[in-house]
Ligand binder design. Structure first.
Ligand code: MF3
Ligand code: CO
Length: 250
């Protein structure tokens, strides 16, 4: 499938899908506290998404059983919300959420502190977030896709962290996952030329230790192989002829 270029009307719908998801993330982030179960986060997220008249796009995606991916500590992504998984002070929790508004998808992730966390954990969260902003400095028409990948890699590598390679960002629009795939590490090739109207979900997943990951027996949860902490930061972004527009931030 070729990379889709969105029309002005489609861009308006993507903007609204993104704006609503930004609000959902703010509300979820504000709700995080020790003692909460990961299932409660999912239930709140689904309620918020449906309350805005939208549909959670992760629910039943390839059989995924929830609306919000809730990944704690060494869990990288796709953690399954569970009633008996209780957040405790000092944990970090990655929330990945997405929704469909009038046929258009948005996708974004944030890693939050649960109460007071260690300086090491806070630094991992901040470097992961900043790596996204380093990447999108390159996200303008005329540049190439892997300029974004290289910028994320160059920034993160200074800290000695592991950049997850088995999972990547993606195009997004009428489908949650569209072409192109967007690795978070440097590539030998240049990748497609970026054009105004492309909408991309850019999502660095960064481990404090090794970049290698394992899949747990639940078939979904991805963990760092050395069980070191992992953080995730993602936004849906619109490529323009000038600065990129981050659709999932208010
Ligand atoms: N948010 C994930 C991504 O960025 C997709 C999660 S789909 C699910 O690509 F089924 F795992 F929830
Ligand atoms: Co995504």
């Amino acid at each position: 499938m070729a990379v889709t270029i969105k029309s002005a009307r489609e861009i308006e719908l993507m903007r609204e899908a993104g704006r609503i998801l930004a609000k959902v993330h703010e509300e979820l982030g504000a709700a995080i506290r020790p003692g909460m179960s990961t299932l409660e986060i999912d239930e709140l997220g689904e309620k918020l998404i449906r309350g805005y008249g939208c549909v959670p796009n992760f629910l039943h995606y390839n059989g995924y059983p929830a609306s919000i991916c809730v990944s704690v500590n060494e869990e990288v992504v796709h953690g399954i919300p569970r009633k008996h998984h209780i957040l405790k002070e000092g944990d970090i929790v990655s929330l990945d959420a997405g929704l469909i508004y009038k046929g258009y998808h948005s996708d974004a992730a944030r890693t939050h502190a649960v109460g007071q966390i260690s300086a090491e954990a806070a630094k991992l969260i901040e470097v992961t977030r900043q790596s996204f902003f380093e990447g999108i400095k390159m996200a303008k028409s005329g540049n190439h896709l892997y300029d974004i990948s290289a910028a994320i890699d160059a920034y993160v590598s200074q800290f000695g962290y592991g950049i997850v390679r088995d999972l990547v960002g993606h195009g997004i629009g009428t489908q949650l996952h569209e072409d192109p795939q967007i690795p978070n590490f440097a590539q030998k090739r240049k990748g497609v030329r970026l054009q105004a109207g492309m909408t991309l979900a850019i999502e660095p997943m960064i481990n404090a230790g090794t970049y290698e990951v394992d899949w747990l027996d639940d078939g979904w949860t991805v963990v760092s192989r050395d069980r070191s902490l992992s953080a995730h930061y993602e936004n849906t972004v619109l490529i323009t002829d000038g600065e990129p527009e981050i659709l999932t931030l208010l």
